[in-house]
Design a protein around this ligand. Structure first.
Ligand code: DGL
Length: 293
């Protein structure tokens, strides 16, 4: 459970006497991962968490695969330094574009949202709509995962470039946001979907708006629920459940801490203390150096 590239991190991890006490690392580009954090508080209340939001570089959904891989590599390297025992990637874009490569770079468990959500979605329906960032939609990651489980399932994906900035700007009640949502959902409703997957962790924050537009017969899949259930199973499997007392969540951002604290308080029920972090600048060995700025 160590970063292969860094022997001092390896030593730190293996020498720990109580690895189950280590926090779970959760990361996203911004406040989207709070939908996963909230679910983690519900399903795994005894676990401590380090939450990292890469707010200086959001939105991720318009970035290239090389950038997403590089960002993921930097964040995971930092998280290993913080002694996390597991990472929950609370970002579909990172999962779609970089999960497999990052798993080959690090030895600690790294959980993604897409596979557990695809498994849950095919239990709910066969005409599946996915709303996601442009990068996730273009990657076809959801469609591939679903069709691999149920080849006859029908999947329609829509990239929604405006949603993440609207959520980060806290424009949840804005009539403009409703209008944009109506436009994004229209092609899916035309296909008479029975199930809608929130293919970006920011989107459950828009649930009140989305539910107003969706017919009651359409059920929604919130990947946060399923990735945390997968994390719970993984902790059982590796015997790393924390039974030793939970620590307060540490919130860290690459951008403005005050802004993150202001936006996130509505979902956390309190104003968090937020630290600004300068991530280490490292090169991912799976990435040709020329593709990194
Ligand atoms: N919330 C993330 C996701 O699930 C990233 C969104 C973004 O920054 O564009 O894809």
């Amino acid at each position: 459970m160590t970063l292969k590239l860094n022997s001092s991190s390896q030593a730190a991890f293996t020498s720990r006497r109580e690895p189950q006490r280590s926090p779970i690392g959760i990361f996203d580009s911004g406040v989207g991962g709070l939908t996963v954090l909230r679910e983690l508080y519900r399903q795994l209340p005894n676990e401590s968490v380090i939450y990292f939001a890469d707010t200086a570089r959001l939105p991720y959904g318009m970035r290239s695969a090389a950038e997403i891989l590089q960002f993921g590599f930097e964040i995971l390297s930092w998280m290993v330094q913080q002694d996390v025992k597991m990472v929950v990637m609370a970002c579909n874009t990172s999962d779609a574009l970089a999960l497999e490569t990052l798993r080959s770079e690090f030895e600690l468990p790294i959980l993604g949202l897409i596979l557990p959500s695809a498994r849950a979605a095919v239990v709910q329906g066969r005409r599946l709509g996915v709303i996601a960032t442009p990068a996730t939609a273009a990657s076809n990651a959801y469609k591939k995962a679903i069709v691999e489980i149920v080849p006859s399932a029908q999947v329609w994906q829509v990239g929604c470039p405006e949603f993440v900035p609207l959520v980060e700007q806290n424009r949840l009640q804005d009539p403009y946001t409703s209008e944009v949502a109506r436009q994004y959902l229209e092609p899916l409703l035309k296909q008479r979907i029975d199930t809608l997957i929130y293919g970006c962790t920011h989107y459950p924050h828009l649930e009140p708006i989305l539910r107003e537009i969706l017919p009651a017969t359409v059920s929604c899949v919130n990947p946060a629920v399923h990735v945390v259930a997968a994390a719970a199973r993984e902790l059982d499997l590796v015997g790393l459940n924390n039974t030793l007392g939970v620590r307060p969540t540490r919130f860290c951002v690459s951008g403005c801490p005050q802004e993150f604290a202001r936006t996130s308080r509505q979902w956390l029920g309190c104003t968090p203390i937020v630290e600004k972090i300068n991530l280490p600048t490292l090169s991912c060995r799976s990435l040709p150096l020329s593709s990194v700025e």
